[in-house]
Every structure is written in C-alpha cells, then in structure tokens.
Design a protein. Structure first.
Length: 208
C-alpha cells in the first residue's frame, strides 16, 4: 500500500502530503510560463511566435505582429514544468499537431488536410455526436517531470449547449481539467477540442 501511495503523489507534493507545491512548480519551471488560446495553453496554426513543446508560447516571446495574439489577447497559461507537451511527446498524434508540423514546413495543403481530416474522422465516428452522460477518458503519456495522467470527463448539459465536466484526474494532485467547460467554438461537439488537440488515439469514449 505504501508504494501505491507514493506512485499516486504529485511530483510537486510537499514532504508528507499530497498537496501540489506551487512554489516548487514555479522554481522547477525557471519562472517560465507557456500561454496560448486553446484549452491546454497551446496555439492555433495562425500563431507565428516561437513555440514551446506544448504548442504554446513562453511568456514574453510573443511577436508583436502575431495575428493570433492580436485577435485573442486572453491567454491560457501553465507553468513550464507542468507543460502538457501538446498531448504528449508525439505532436503528430493529433490533427492539430500534424497541422502545426505542416505549417512549420510551409505546406499549406498538408496543414489544411490535417485539420479537415481530423474533423471528418470525428464526425464519422460511430458514437458521434456525443450525448449527455457519455464519459470521455483522456490518457496523456509521461513527459519530462510529469507522470502519465488520465482525465475523466462527462458530457453534460450546460445551458443551451453541451459541455465537458471534469470527474477526476489521476494521479491525485496532477494538473488537469484542461478541457472542462463548453467547447471553444459555439455549437461544436464538446469532444471536438480534445479530439483535435490531444488526438483520437488518446481518447476513450463510453457512450450512453
């Protein structure tokens, strides 16, 4: 039982407890934050700023003429030591990651194809569209100082549209809840953002 408890601790837990040590997170990050406009603090293909591994931009590195930051000044921040790594170590595992790679190669055809192909695969899934009561499990690989994590969400009614509500994150104390709330685009399926950002191979959906 003792070994299981140790495995479940946050990598930034203080001595003798399972509480996230914010000061340790900040120091391990070198006081660097990454920001973006997506639920995990990443950026869309229109961002021309230098990218961190998560697809976000380190605070202070934003280009003044970046079209994304001009349109979306409000950023979602995370500390570098808790960087979600664009859904894990392999950015190409997600449609958005493949689009970002194509953008860096200046291959507009592949960039658009990755985004359209990802959306088409979503809408052709047997369970699509999601319904209230569906449960979505997102499994993220271990990256750097971060352990392998799972985030469990439930599709729920939120006013006039569906949204994802966080049920639990494992291990206890790990950063999570990136996708909770309504989808970024009005009228979109609540599973669309994690599908495009984390990638379908990291998702398990139990439909009602």
């Amino acid at each position: 039982m003792e070994d299981q408890n140790k495995a479940a601790r946050s990598p930034f837990a203080g001595p003798g407890d399972d509480v996230r040590d914010v000061r340790a997170v900040i120091e391990a990050s070198g006081y660097v934050r990454h920001g973006g406009v997506t639920a995990r603090g990443g950026s869309y293909a229109s961002c021309i700023c230098p990218k961190a591994p998560c697809g976000g931009v380190a605070g202070g590195d934003e280009h003044a003429d970046c079209p994304e930051h001009a349109l979306n000044p409000a950023q979602v921040w995370h500390w570098a030591a808790e960087c979600p790594g664009n859904g894990g170590g392999d950015a190409a595992a997600s449609p958005l990651g493949r689009a970002e790679e194509a953008k860096r190669r200046r291959d507009i055809g592949a960039e658009v194809g990755a985004l359209l192909g990802g959306h088409r695969a979503l809408t052709e899934a047997a369970w699509y569209p999601s319904r209230p009561g569906d449960r979505l499990l997102i499994t993220m690989e271990a990256t750097g100082q971060n352990p392998r994590t799972t985030e469990l969400y439930e599709v729920a009614e939120g006013g006039d549209r569906l949204e994802l509500r966080l049920v639990e994150v494992a291990p206890e104390g790990a950063a999570g809840g990136w996708y909770a709330g309504p989808p970024e685009a009005y009228g979109a399926d609540p599973v669309e953002t994690p599908w495009m950002e984390a990638g379908p191979d990291r998702l398990t959906l139990n439909a009602e």
